[in-house]
Each structure stands twice: as structure tokens, then as C-alpha cells.
Unconditional design. Structure first.
Length: 321
């Protein structure tokens, strides 16, 4: 199924979304501010869409590629507020449309992709050559079958089982390099700064633009970017379980687990600094992230504070209410 490209957002609405992100990242967020934010977001469909896109950008990019990009947004904030915002935001990405156009993994590519999934959605694709793809939450791919069979991953995560009904070379392309399956099943996850390949059957060759290459065998996973390859290691046993709607955690830091859950819902999940390295083990539902958060609260010394459905804070259970 091919999805339509989202409608163009008014730049003033995008600027309002950035203003709200700055307010919600401030050191003190009052109930009145949270109520006003919810009212703004629900008052017009473009408001909700602008907020969704902004939080997607925040999750997609780990940092602003050039300091000048952030200044486009922060310039209209007074000096005192700007200093406080920068201190709190750190490397948070705040990029308006004029800045998106120069960045390699810009969201515009994702919006134009032939096949997409929304936040929390998964999609199964069966190609004419027998190849099967499963797109995870908030993902986008293009499929280009010409002299070669090319699958271009613009964003997110995809599971592939290669077909054999076409003799043309099959290549999976990410911003960091190319993957050539050698008759196999494998998972590809794209983050802001690297691609993570995990092979469960057969083998996959990684090929970088700088000439480096490596064959990853079944049971292994390897991360890479345009500059090089990270060491191969044993594949995570939970690779691909997201297809069954489950997140399996084995001694996973709480902060990492929350980042994974955040991929399946709109809004922001913040983890108290004291809890970030707390290890978590268990199975958590991805199709009902509220239930997953409730499970955390029932099994760990933490509490879930939810002033808004779009703003979740994980605090120590002993913290004053």
C-alpha cells in the first residue's frame, strides 16, 4: 500500500510547536502550562501534526549538525530565556523547514518515501520477487527495481526476508552504507548516527563508500556509519520480536528501554537522572505503551507522572507527590 505525502504545515504553526517544546523543557512546568499546551494541540489538526513532526525530529537526530540552525529559532527569544533554554536543551534538535533542506537524513525524504508507517504502526509488504518486508514504527522505505533491486531505508527499522524469484542483485541502502543479502533474514535499524544490522539466517555483506566491507553471519550483529565499522558481536536475542508487538529487555538500562517505548507513541518520555542506569528485564507490549509504563510502575521502584498524554515523566517512587 502506498501512502500519501503529508500536507504542508504552516511555518507559523511549526514555530508555535517549537515554542511549546521550549516551554515544556523549562525547569518548572506548571499544570496551567500543561493544560494550555493540551488545548493548543487539540484545537487544530495542524497543531497536533506539527508537534508530532517536531518530536520525530528530536528522536531522529541526536544533535544539531550546525549551531547556526538552532539560532534561526532561538533568535526571537530574549537573552535570559535563551541562555536558560540552551542550558536545558543541550543538544536537542530544533530545526525549522528552511534548515531541514541541507541535512542528509532530512524528514522531507521520509515524507516522500513510497512506503511509510506512522508512530505505533507496523506494515507488511510482499514484493514480486518473493522478498518480504516488515516496517516497524515510524519508518519509511523506497523500493526501486531497475537494473538492481534496491530497498532504500530513509528512517526507522525494517525486517527483511529475501526472495529468490529475481536474479537481479538486491541491495539495501541506508545513509551510512549498503547491505547485500546473501540469501537471508535480517533486521536493519537506522538511528541518527549509525545503522545496526542483525542477521538471523544466512549472511549479509556491508559495503561502505570508503571501501571497507564485512560479511555478517547468522547470529551476529554489527553497527556502522559512513566512517567505519564497529566490532561485530552476538546478535541481541530479542531482534525481530517487535514484529510480535513485544519489547524484550534483558538487564536493559531504564533510559534505553524508555527510548525504545518512545518510538511507539507520540510525545515525550523523560527519565529522572537517578533512574537512567537502573536495569530492567521483562517483556513489554509495544502496541499498548501505557500498559508497558504501568508494568514498569508495578515492578520497579518508580512512578509514572503523566501531566499530559504527550508528556510522561518517570520518577523515583519515593519522590514527593
Amino acid at each position: 500500500m502506498m501512502l500519501n505525502t503529508p500536507s504542508t504545515l504552516d511555518q507559523q504553526v511549526l514555530a508555535q510547536a517549537v515554542d511549546w517544546l521550549l516551554k515544556l523543557q523549562s525547569e518548572e512546568t506548571s499544570p496551567a502550562t500543561l493544560a494550555a499546551f493540551e488545548h493548543w494541540q487539540s484545537s487544530h489538526p495542524q497543531h497536533a501534526e506539527a508537534w508530532s513532526r517536531l518530536t520525530q525530529i528530536q528522536q531522529t537526530f541526536g544533535q544539531v549538525p550546525h549551531k547556526a540552525l538552532a539560532k534561526q529559532v532561538l533568535a526571537r527569544i530574549d537573552h535570559t530565556s535563551r541562555r536558560q533554554a540552551l542550558k536545558k536543551l543541550g543538544t536537542l534538535v530544533i530545526v525549522l523547514p528552511s534548515a531541514w533542506l541541507g541535512y542528509r537524513t532530512l524528514p522531507l525524504e521520509r515524507w516522500r518515501a513510497g512506503y511509510q508507517t506512522a508512530v505505533g504502526e507496523q506494515k507488511h509488504l510482499h514484493l514480486g520477487d518473493g522478498t518480504r518486508l516488515v516496517l516497524n514504527t515510524d519508518s519509511a522505505v523506497d523500493i526501486q527495481y531497475h537494473q538492481e533491486r534496491k530497498i532504500v531505508l530513509h528512517q526507522g527499522e525494517v525486517w527483511l526476508e529475501t526472495g529468490h524469484q529475481d536474479k537481479r542483485k538486491l541491495v539495501v541502502i541506508t545513509p551510512h552504507g549498503e547491505l547485500v543479502p546473501l540469501g537471508t533474514r535480517f533486521n536493519v535499524k537506522l538511528t541518527a548516527d549509525r545503522t545496526i544490522l542483525a542477521v538471523t539466517e544466512g549472511a549479509v555483506r556491508i559495503q561502505l563508500d570508503n571501501g571497507q566491507s564485512s560479511v555478517v553471519q547468522a547470529g551476529q550483529q554489527r553497527a556502522f556509519n559512513r566512517h567505519g565499522l564497529e566490532p561485530a558481536r552476538v546478535a541481541d536475542q530479542s531482534v525481530g520480536y517487535w514484529q510480535q508487538g513485544m519489547l524484550l529487555a534483558q538487564a536493559m538500562p531504564l533510559e534505553a528501554l524508555l527510548k525504545e517505548l518512545a518510538r511507539y507513541r507520540h510525545g515525550v518520555i523523560r527519565c529522572h537522572p537517578e533512574l537512567r542506569q537502573m536495569t530492567v528485564s521483562g517483556a513489554f507490549p509495544l502496541k499498548d505503551t501505557d500498559a508497558a509504563l504501568d508494568l514498569l510502575q508495578k515492578t520497579l521502584p518508580v512512578k509514572v507522572v503523566a501531566p499530559s498524554r504527550y508528556w510522561i515523566m518517570i520518577e523515583p517512587a519515593s519522590a514527593a507527590g
